[in-house]
Design a protein around this ligand. Structure first.
Ligand code: CA
Length: 421
């Protein structure tokens, strides 16, 4: 059996759990193209039955393994609070457990389609960054054609404090928010349902174990304080945002709902997809020393948006981008976030910001895709969209592929919008 080379670069490590020839006795995990082969092992919080208490699980093929029963880890919160070395050790034990069959282990499986997948954990805090220079430049060009990118962009990973209480799990319907908007620049604002509801394709990252107040997480340690990633849709009301955002940034245009996928794909599972080098061009200013580290921090994760209106039978793909195109890495976001001493805690959620790339097909929200509604999107049903209509369902998908490794998937993050009559 070929064993991949073991690579240790700072915190990043390849080991036997990444061996592409490793197979599970759960046959569905071995199907080509499966999101959850034995090399992935993402965690979720789930209910095995309607009456059961929430418990910690790991995905294997189309099944969920009860990790609380099998390994005595009682919750996602406990997992996220562990030092990284313990999480790595747990991954190796789960991998071994799912590679060698035992009849007792079969009783710890629940079919995924009968399990209720919940929010991974209580969201302790939620910060949303703005780390795609392509997204920042496109949006900047719409509102400030003479200066699309503000002078701080290449120095500071820009972010704002989101609303932890509004984070919901994939599948939760999203109610169209009401808010103040200005339709006529000469008139006063009105309070009405948003007419410019949008999605934002993002990656979410969970922090853990975190830092004490006043003690920044240094760049070299930042990767140890990232547990894993999920898909994140930062629903946005563009008309409310345009009226409210100056001078303190987005507020009610964002805090009505943010959807995340239930699976936390660990940084260990992502290790084979770490990209060499730095995504920023050599001609750009290099980050300040406290945001610099020897370990490359970008990851090759393909991310897609699919849209289905109420009249469409099948969804259409709207865009496809890649997380490797981000200007700032997750590790830099952690180091920057804590650089003033701000504590990150196990279960703090970090949004990457909209993932857009250089081409039109890479644009991660409708604001960019339809260029503020001036280039409407044509749907196969004959409908057109500038922004989302009630009944539209948005699904985010993500996966990683690299030569010599098994493909792994992030699952999906789904949500449809509606209005009350
Ligand atoms: Ca966002």
């Amino acid at each position: 059996m070929p064993v991949p080379r073991v690579r240790e670069t700072g915190s990043g490590m390849l080991d036997q759990t990444h061996d592409p020839s490793l197979r599970s006795w759960v046959e569905s995990a071995n199907q080509p193209g499966a999101d959850f082969p034995i090399q992935n092992l993402p965690f979720a919080t789930f209910r095995p039955t309607e009456e059961a208490n929430p418990t910690l699980g790991v995905a294997i093929g189309d099944q969920v393994l009860d990790v609380s029963e099998a390994f005595g880890i009682d919750s996602m919160e406990t997992l996220m609070a562990m030092p990284r070395a313990k999480r790595v050790e747990l991954r190796r034990r789960i991998s071994g457990f799912l590679a060698r069959h035992s009849s007792a282990a079969e009783t710890l499986l629940t079919p995924m389609d009968s399990a209720e997948l919940l929010l991974p954990c209580e969201i302790r805090d939620y910060t949303d960054f703005y780390a795609s220079i392509h997204h920042a430049t496109n949006v900047g060009r719409m509102f400030r054609p003479d200066q699309p990118l503000l002078p701080n962009y290449k120095w500071v990973p820009v972010g704002y404090h989101g609303r932890a209480s509004s984070v919901v799990v994939s599948g939760t319907p999203v109610r169209r928010p009401w808010g103040q908007t200005v339709e006529n620049p000469a008139g006063p604002p009105v309070y009405s349902p948003t007419r410019r509801l949008d999605y934002e394709l993002e990656l979410g990252a969970f922090a853990g174990p975190g830092n004490a107040p006043g003690e920044p997480i240094l760049m070299d340690e930042a990767a140890d304080h990232l547990v894993g990633v999920c898909l994140l849709n930062d629903w946005s009301a563009r008309d409310i945002q345009a009226w409210e955002y100056q001078p303190l940034g987005p507020f009610l245009s964002k805090s009505f709902a943010t959807s995340i996928s239930p699976w936390v794909v660990t940084m260990e599972a992502l290790e084979p997809f770490r990209c060499p080098g730095d995504p920023r061009p050599d001609s750009d200013p290099q980050p300040l020393p406290h945001l610099t580290c020897a370990e490359p921090g970008a990851f090759d994760i393909t991310l897609e948006v699919w849209l289905r209106s109420a009249r469409m039978e099948a969804p259409m793909r709207v865009s496809r981008g890649n997380f490797r195109s981000m200007y700032w890495t997750l590790a830099q976001m952690v180091a920057h976030h804590t650089s003033n001493g701000c504590p990150l805690r196990a279960g703090s959620l970090i949004g990457s910001g909209t993932v857009s790339g250089p081409e039109k097909g890479n644009r991660g929200c409708l604001l960019e895709m339809t260029w503020r509604g001036t280039e409407p999107l044509e749907l196969p049903s004959g409908e057109v969209r500038q922004f989302l209509e009630d009944g539209d369902e948005v699904t985010l998908r993500g996966w990683c592929e690299a030569p010599g490794f098994r493909r792994i998937g992030l699952g999906e993050c789904r949500g449809a919008c509606f209005s009350l009559p």
